[in-house]
Design a protein around this ligand. Structure first.
Ligand code: WT7
Length: 575
């Protein structure tokens, strides 16, 4: 299709922070951004200082840093209070003997305390590991074991899912709850300790390349990978907050992601606060009315969410939109999976806003391919690489392909927020950089003749369900623990709302008969034993699963069955 024919939503924002994308691509240099930070003159770096304290000390003390709300709480926390509370938590950790480089995990639902803990951990130079609240015991164990975490901040209701006895490195369990009566050895009462802690803290100044955060993410094989990020990432978080989120100081910004996922930290904590914005956090489950109410109540101006949420809002209907005053919105963005053109069209109609798609990954730490307010949008395209970086489509030998050819989406190395390691796994890390000068994303895509990038799919088998990345291997491993399951192969099945749902093909052990009750029981087993978001929504029983001679389940064959497509090359199949 020629570019004139392509559906286009024209650029509207005349006063965007980024006025000309083309010009910035020619002239922009990352070193310009560094001048913004205190460390440019002092040489002393700490992400939490730049995000919170600098504003608390520099005229924004009484500005609301965080509007928190859920079904039972409504709190506004100023920059000064955020500074004081995170200082307190830093002191609590120091009193426990925790310091620079130690891994401290956070495993709790969203609440103001979560943010105090996250920032306080960073302030003392420790490495924070956020865990999604819904993880079950085995998922928690794998992550704490791999990272050798020394402390975890959690709630009494989640405590049973923290296998303390199996984790010799885990010395402290910090419990966030009311009226904690009896504490076992190693348990710490968050509220009581915070109440007596000083709100003055000597920040741990670290090196730009020192550890900041560890996000575990799924691949197609093996255990989850600990993606390791450093303080230097702030350069990209600040800059993309300016040019992609288009944040200005009077913005009220809402990122709907949980900090257990990278969007909820890079763009739910760092980018908005580095830019001095007011940040909104809504706890609890998704409900269209609650979400629109959040926009109306806090007069949200910039809103960052995900395709799966937009699709659910779309199916909730236009009348639900009309029941609320959403006129404060001025900039809407999306991330996590392909944003369907249909959703972009609907958003334009229902909200009067262009939804700006953005592409990046846990590993990239920050946004890389985006749509900008001052750039025309082509619905269905992820946009163009941010100034200061380059993206290309390369073939399986590392050669750059011309426009309109599908291949591996790759990013020219380095960029400021790039991961610095896979924890404990240098070989995995190297795999991303197998072609000199390139980071290979694992996504396939093409670039059109005008430089817009179009997502085509994952190259490997990772499932993207409701915006969350699930590794089939972890789910299969859990499934085969079920007494009835002999073998399991897990794929993502296309789904109009969730993007993909998890579908499991299962071969039963002898003596077990297929039934709906058994399906329900197997799904429940994964839900309770691993994580609800990773439980199969669909199960199909098979006598046998397709496997390679080396015993690897051929998920692409399962996928072809599912989609009614040819199964392709079967030369490596078992029989
Ligand atoms: C994978 C990364 C970092 C954001 C949250 C997801 C898919 C992400 C898009 C997009 C199509 C997208 C890719 C990517 N993805 N954004 N705009 N269009 N696909 O982070 O869990 O590390 O997953 O999500 O497949 O590789 P993640």
């Amino acid at each position: 299709m020629s570019s004139e024919q392509k559906e286009t939503l024209r650029a509207t924002a005349a006063n965007a922070n980024l006025t000309s994308y083309e010009e910035a691509r020619r002239t922009f240099d990352w070193s310009e951004v560094e001048k913004h930070f205190t460390w440019h003159s002092t040489g002393k770096v700490n992400m939490a200082y730049e995000a919170i304290d600098r504003h608390a000390e520099g005229g924004l003390a009484d500005k609301v840093a965080l509007h928190y709300s859920d079904a039972t709480r409504l709190e506004a926390i100023t920059y000064a209070q955020m500074k004081a509370n995170s200082n307190k938590f830093g002191n609590v950790l120091r009193q426990l003997g925790i310091g620079k480089g130690d891994r401290v995990f956070i495993f709790m639902p969203r609440s103001p305390e979560l943010y105090y803990a996250l920032l306080g951990t960073i302030k003392i130079g420790a490495i924070v590991g956020p865990l999604f609240e819904a993880f079950m015991e085995q998922a928690v164990r794998d992550r704490l074991e791999d990272s050798q975490a020394v402390a975890i901040v959690t709630t009494p209701s989640q405590l049973p899912r923290v296998p303390v006895a199996d984790l010799p490195h885990l010395k402290h369990v910090i419990l966030v709850g009311d009226d904690l009566l009896q504490l076992a050895a190693g348990q710490v009462d968050f509220k009581a300790e915070m109440a007596q802690a000083s709100d003055e803290l000597a920040i741990e100044w670290v090196d730009r390349e020192d550890g900041l955060i560890l996000h575990y993410t799924s691949g197609s094989t093996g255990k989850p990978k600990g993606v390791f990020h450093v303080h230097n990432a702030m350069i990209q978080h600040y800059y993309t907050g300016r040019i992609v989120l288009d944040l200005k100081e009077d913005d009220v910004y809402w990122c709907t992601a949980d900090p257990g996922w990278v969007t909820g930290t890079s763009y739910g904590v760092f980018a908005p606060w580095l830019n001095g914005a007011t940040n909104v956090v809504r706890g609890g489950r998704f409900k269209p009315q609650d979400w629109y109410d959040t926009i109306e109540r806090f007069k949200v101006t910039v809103w960052y969410s995900a395709p799966t949420s937009f699709r659910m809002l779309m199916s909730a209907g236009d009348d639900t939109v009309k029941a609320f005053d959403l006129s404060s919105l001025r900039h809407v963005l999306s991330v996590g999976e392909p944003l369907n053109p249909e959703v972009v069209r609907w958003g334009f109609k229902a909200y009067g806003q262009r939804i700006h798609d953005t592409w990046w990954m846990t590993e990239t730490g920050g946004q890389l391919i985006c749509n900008y307010p001052s750039m025309d949008i082509r619905p269905g395209s992820m946009g163009k690489p941010i100034p200061g970086t380059d993206a290309a489509i390369i073939d399986d030998n590392g050669n750059v392909l011309p426009p309109n050819r599908m291949g591996n989406l790759a990013i020219k190395t380095p960029w400021p927020s790039m991961m610095r390691a896979i924890w404990n796994n240098p070989a995995k890390y190297e795999e991303y950089f197998r072609f000199p000068g390139w980071y290979v994303s694992g996504d396939s895509a093409y670039m059109d003749e005008d430089g817009y990038f179009w997502f085509q799919g994952r190259v490997d088998d990772v499932i993207n369900t409701a915006g969350e990345r699930v590794g089939p291997f972890e789910v299969e491993s859990k499934l085969i623990e079920h007494p009835a399951v002999a073998e399991a192969g897990v794929i993502g099945k296309p789904d109009p709302i969730r993007g993909e749902i998890i579908k499991a093909y299962i071969a039963l052990r002898e003596g077990f008969e297929p039934s709906d009750e058994l399906k329900a029981d197997i799904a429940k087993f994964v839900k309770e034993g691993f994580a609800a978001h990773a439980a199969p929504r669909e199960i199909e029983f098979k006598d046998k699963l397709p496997k390679t001679r080396s015993g690897k389940i051929m998920r692409r064959v399962l996928k072809a069955w599912e989609l009614g497509l040819p199964t392709g090359d079967l030369s490596t199949i078992e029989d």
